[in-house]
Design a protein around this ligand. Structure first.
Ligand code: NAD
Ligand code: UGA
Length: 466
């Protein structure tokens, strides 16, 4: 017997909660979906024409469903109470204090959700972990829910999200798989039947709770590991005249390796790879597996090295000084087609260039100037949450913004491509070359631009890994 789902509440209206619930509402017109958040500004944005998340295709879906079976509200308790199924899709950042600081996931927000659900629920509900969580979290969630104020009962499922930003809608429409971990077949089937409205059954994988929780951390660790592996090889390519993109396509044709996720870059960013690997490292240490912890930690260390290496190469190539030189920064988001900058390599590259006293002129088609300034201030913020006068002055006097990549590089000594926005490949390179100081250096952290074309126009082009 299946538990019927006609009302869903999702706690957390972020990059995952918003798009995921929009897709469920879009594909399941018979289900009423409410997305709730404690952040009233975010909810107001979801209810406006300017959604808080930039994702190709998202606006259309939200517009079609909002006001029908999709709503965004701060009425958290009422929405939980009315729902048959409650998703927890809140943030699980790296814990920055106390036990496990810098590694463990901060589960404060997840626990608060579980307590809220326990407090306001009546009858029976299925609680779904959508956030990425350390393996065994469902155990804690179940114990908290067991103390419900109104003797409500619960099933707990793990249903990690695998969407990537920039392609969230595509990924949600046609996922490689949907993973559902649980204990009771009826509860698992209830969630399966939601996804079965648009995902074929052979892509709906069901496992036990712990395998599902651990598969999410493992998937991100494997993906990030591929990027760090090819980035490690990119350093060797630069020393040996091998070309990393050629190496990547050569190895990618081996069906056991596969061609995807082998793009060498200035370093991976995003809110999850680093946080999830550090969480995995913490878990391994916690369970007494230091060798396993060390193995995975290397993926993050290699990524840090790649970001530092990029700046070192820029400085060395530009005659060992970038002080007072204008550098056009092309792109600030952690990848193209998103306005998200969390853990973007650009933040670290800009920090290190500012410490070299370079003058940065930044252009990103989707990230606002205020947002970039906030990121730069926060990377220079000391442990006590305060930015020193000297660092604030460094930002004030050395950072400016442009409305196009052409403007960002006018009169510049160098261009640093930090995000692979498609529009960069179509820039007016003749005009850019004329307007730049010579030699006109291009450091392409994404191997996005055509090296040969640029060299033909007179640029001194440096890609990653050749
Ligand atoms: P986010 O920060 O964009 O959104 C989380 C939202 O939860 C915020 O708006 C916050 O205000 C809200 N929130 C926090 N505590 C709350 C509470 N007690 N009650 C109500 N609302 C609360 O985070 P995100 O990027 O959507 O990530 C959410 C989870 O999904 C994380 O665990 C992340 O690891 C995972 N994940 C993220 C992605 C991604 O692409 N961003 C992909 C897969 C999985
Ligand atoms: C990643 C995973 O791809 C998703 O499956 C997962 O759901 C998500 O993390 C999550 O848990 O948050 P996301 O971080 O949004 O998605 O974006 P990716 O496409 O994975 O890119 C991550 C970073 O790696 C970006 O900075 C990207 O530029 C970089 N990258 C990716 C490379 O440098 N090279 C590659 O070949 C691929």
């Amino acid at each position: 017997q299946t538990l019927a789902v006609s009302k869903i509440c999702c706690i957390g209206a972020g990059y995952v909660g918003g798009p995921t619930m929009a897709m469920i509402a879009h594909k399941c017109p018979h289900i009423d979906v409410k997305v709730v958040d404690i952040n009233a500004d975010r909810i107001a944005q979801w209810n406006s024409d300017q959604l808080p998340v930039y994702e190709p295709g998202l606006d259309d879906i939200v517009q079609q469903c909002r006001g029908k079976n999709l709503s965004f509200t701060t009425a958290i308790d009422d929405s939980i109470r009315a729902a048959d199924m409650v998703f927890i899709s809140v943030n699980t950042p790296t814990k920055m204090f106390g036990v496990g600081a810098g590694r463990a996931a901060n589960l404060e927000f997840v626990e608060k959700c579980a307590r809220r659900i326990a407090e306001v629920s009546e009858g029976h509900k299925i609680v779904v972990e959508k956030s990425t969580l350390p393996v065994r979290t469902a155990e804690a969630v179940k114990r908290i829910l067991a103390n419900s104020d109104n003797a409500a009962t619960f099933d707990v499922l793990s249903n990690p999200e695998f969407l990537a930003e920039g392609t969230a809608i595509e990924d949600l429409l046609a996922p490689d798989r949907v993973l559902i971990g649980g204990e009771r077949a009826e509860a698992i089937e209830a969630l399966v039947s939601v996804y079965a409205n648009w995902v074929s059954r052979d892509r709906l994988l069901t496992t036990n709770l712990w395998s599902s929780e651990l598969s999410k951390l493992t998937a991100n660790a494997f993906l990030a590991q591929r990027v760090s592996s090819i980035n490690a090889i990119s350093a060797l390519c630069e020393a040996t005249e091998a070309d990393v993109d050629e190496v990547a396509s050569a190895i990618g044709t081996d069906s056991r390796i596969g061609p995807k996720f082998l793009k060498a870059s200035v370093g991976f960013g995003g809110s999850c790879f680093q946080k999830d690997i550090l969480n995995l490292v913490y878990l391994c240490e916690y369970f007494g597996l230091p060798q396993v912890a060390e193995y995975w930690e290397q993926v993050v260390k290699m990524n840090d090295y790649q970001k530092q290496r990029f700046v070192t190469r820029m400085v060395r190539t530009m005659f060992n000084t970038v002080s007072d030189k204008k550098i056009g920064i092309w792109g600030f988001a952690f990848k193209k087609d998103t306005n998200d900058t969390r853990e973007s390599a650009a933040i670290y590259v800009c920090r290190d260039l500012l410490l070299e006293k370079a003058r940065l002129c930044i252009y990103d088609p989707q990230v606002s100037r205020e947002h970039i300034l906030r990121d730069l201030r926060s990377i220079f913020t000391e442990g006590d949450g305060v930015i020193s006068d000297a660092k604030q002055k460094l930002i004030d006097e050395h950072v400016s913004f442009a409305s196009s990549c052409e403007e960002a590089s006018a009169d510049a000594h160098a261009i640093a491509v930090l995000t692979e926005w498609d529009e960069f490949a179509d820039a007016d390179f003749d005009a850019i070359f004329d307007s730049m100081k010579k030699p006109a250096f291009v450091f392409d952290g994404r191997n996005k631009l055509k090296a040969m074309d640029l060299q033909g126009k007179g640029f001194e082009y440096h890609g990653i890994g050749f």
